[in-house]
Design a protein around this ligand. Sequence first.
Ligand code: ATP
Ligand code: MG
Length: 230
Amino acid sequence: TEFPGSGALTLAGVDFGYPAGPPVLANLSLTVAPGDHLVIAGETGSGKSTLGKLVAGLYRPASGTVNYAGVDLAAADPVQVRERIVLVPQEVVLVEGSVAENMAMVPGRPGRLAVEAALDRLGLTAWAASLPDGLDTGVGRHGARLSAGERQLVAIARAALADPAVLILDEATADVDPVTAARIEQTLAAASDQRTLIVIAHRADTIARGRLLLRMPEARLSDGAGRPMP
Ligand code: ATP
Ligand code: MG
């Protein structure tokens, strides 16, 4: 099934548990409009990353559906799902190569100028220039020559270059300083009025930037002012 243009992300009656484990998500229903900014917060082990993976189509619900623009992810072409919905995971994986190469590892293979333009929008130009060989700096095996926060910046720049319809950041700025994190999150939220941004976070300032808040494990939705949503 082909995705039409952009649309809402809808979870309907989603149940999920790991094999032999207790239920992680039970009868979760939720709609996020295109362009909206949802923050998922809650205690360790409450199912935030699991929910992120379900939304990215990496896991299938045991029952219920995850839909984007009216298309059930379970029935969609996996290549299209990966292009439309991008998850920046808690643990970033980089490949041996340069910073620029790692950032450009997305469909369409953006060139150097596109990478530089994306960094400029994210406010990361000075950071990139400060690396030993700038964008040509080798990241080492699994990115071992970068700091944890720098690996996250590379992964975020890559996700921005992928320009997905739904972008999920799973504690993707947890190791980034708060000023840089704020600028990145504001840029990503403002990038497109059609892009849905989902941010999983523990940090209060990151949580406060969302327009909608989902509290786990109760999976209660509220607006930015803490008012419950239907
Ligand atoms: P954190 O804040 O620590 O990142 P989280 O809210 O993201 O936590 P999840 O990673 O979604 O939590 O885990 C939810 C539950 O599912 C936990 O009880 C965890 O032990 C379990 N779990 C997570 N991944 C797996 C897995 N691959 N196999 C089995 N159980 C898992
Ligand atoms: Mg997690």
